[in-house]
Write a protein that binds this ligand. Structure first.
Ligand code: FES
Length: 350
């Protein structure tokens, strides 16, 4: 699957809630992506190029145009800019698609699916839900945590799907009391989550596939509950790209050669010889040489720093952005890549 840069115009803007909009793009040329994948969006804000990752909330097999859904984050530079200026943005610089939070391609008639979401974490889960339903899923549970009914993204669409396709939709509301068997109110804890899942799945727990996306703390809670039910890790898929910018994820540098390598790095039309000291990733080494490799998260999550290995071997420490197809095609993430051989040659085209 080719990673490319696109310049898209706006087809339309949909107001989802008071602080969330969906931008449907006029992509001009075909754009293939899988349910659950994301794109990187770059805009110039106050003279600076700013890049952020957004899940595609559209479903490639049924929707004509790709779309992303953006919620205003407190203190979020990009989301605040977009929410206030979306109608005036003439072109959207998009790269992707990235990510491997995608449902296995198969028939789902014998596989129960459980989606555990919180807030804007619903955006990748929406196309995943549509995909598994389109591929035969008969048993599907969505537990969706929000503050109140007014803050629920895709509320009408979800209710419509659940009525039509007979899947179980349970809202968990932290700041609103509603008496209903479809609503959990008050503090959501592992006990409540486990009971909700067990009541729904009954004896099919071991056959089920779980997809989790939302704020980190909520994801940890969901993951803990599901693991305590005895579900194997292989049946639990999580999406981590919604993380704080200053999130430092420690990675073990063990297993890396204790020597300096000189690698060949093509950046657009310029070829550079870059010295990469032991333990340093290729992007940091390139930046030290004033080669402006684009980046955003610096922890293997967003995919902004991707490049293609033309020769030699690199070790990729952490990858939450590139799919297996990307890896097979030689793509790597320079913020997480370390040379392993003397002949490493990498191409970065933007
Ligand atoms: S900068 Fe985000 S994956 Fe490298």
């Amino acid at each position: 699957m080719q990673l490319k840069k696109y310049l898209w115009k706006t087809a339309r803007i949909v107001e989802e809630t008071a602080d969330t909009i969906t931008i449907v793009f006029d992509a001009k040329e075909p754009f293939g992506y899988k349910p659950g994948q994301f794109v990187n969006l770059t805009l110039e804000i106050d003279g600076e190029r700013v890049t952020r990752s957004y899940s595609l909330s559209s479903y490639c097999e049924e929707d004509d145009s790709p779309a992303i859904t953006i919620k205003l984050l407190r203190g979020g530079l990009m989301s605040s800019y977009i929410l206030h200026n979306a109608h005036n943005i003439a072109e959207w610089e998009i790269e992707g698609p990235f990510g491997n939070f995608t449902p296995p391609e198969k028939d789902y008639s014998d596989t129960p699916v459980v989606l555990l979401a919180g807030g804007s974490g619903i955006t990748p889960l929406m196309p995943i839900m549509r995909n598994v339903l389109a591929h035969g899923a008969k048993k599907l549970l969505l537990v969706f945590a929000n503050k109140s009914m007014e803050t629920i993204i895709f509320k009408e669409a979800l209710t419509g799907f659940s009525d039509k396709r007979k899947f179980r939709l349970i809202h968990a509301l932290s700041r609103q009391e509603i008496v209903s068997e479809d609503v959990l109110t008050g503090r959501l804890d592992a006990v409540v989550i486990k009971k909700t899942i067990k009541d729904y799945l009954d004896d099919q727990l071991n056959d089920a596939l779980f997809f989790i996306c939302g704020p980190e703390a909520l994801m940890d809670l969901y993951k803990k509950a599901v693991s305590e039910l005895g579900v194997e890790d292989a049946h639990i898929l999580t999406e981590h790209f919604v993380i704080e910018e200053n999130d430092n994820i420690p990675v073990s540098l063990k297993g890396l050669p204790d020597k300096t390598y000189e690698i060949l790095l093509h950046y657009n039309e310029i070829t550079n010889l870059v010295e990469v000291p032991p333990g340093m990733d290729i992007m940091t080494a390139a930046h030290a040489d004033k080669i402006p490799i684009p980046f955003s998260c610096k922890n293997g999550t967003c995919g902004t720093c991707y490049g293609r290995v033309l020769k030699g071997e690199v070790k990729l420490l952490r990858n939450l952005a590139l799919s297996d197809d990307h890896l097979k095609d030689g793509y790597t993430l320079l913020c997480q890549a370390h040379p392993l051989t003397e002949d490493v040659e990498i191409d970065v085209q933007r």
